[in-house]
Write a protein of this length. Structure first.
Length: 105
């Protein structure tokens, strides 16, 4: 999506990410992140609309965060799939940590 069409600013940052789908877990790396979602490089495809739980650690908080998300797009790339995950039902603490990351803290 063109940057002008985005609802939230994005920050390029590589963080370890774990995506849980039912009993399956995909380990990957974030490519960029915003208050509204994350683009991640994962070993497997996630079809449009797949509901997942995204686990990641942000610098502003000590413990791992778990955020509900839904896949919005996926495309094959070298070494796996680039997947766009839109956050759902983000709690206040998670929003605060994401805002701190966007401010470079």
């Amino acid at each position: 999506m063109p940057a002008a069409d985005r609802q939230h600013d994005r920050r390029e940052i590589a963080l370890p990410i774990r995506v849980v789908l039912g009993q399956s877990t995909l380990e990957g790396t974030s490519v960029d992140i915003s208050v509204g979602g994350v683009r991640a490089l994962l070993p497997s495809d996630l079809p449009f609309g797949t509901k997942v739980k995204v686990h990641l650690r942000l610098p502003a908080v000590a413990e791992e965060l778990a955020i509900d998300a839904e896949s919005r797009w996926s495309r094959a790339e070298a070494g796996g799939f680039s997947v766009g995950l839109q956050f759902q039902r983000v709690r206040a603490r998670e929003t605060w940590a994401l805002n701190q990351l966007m401010r470079g803290r």
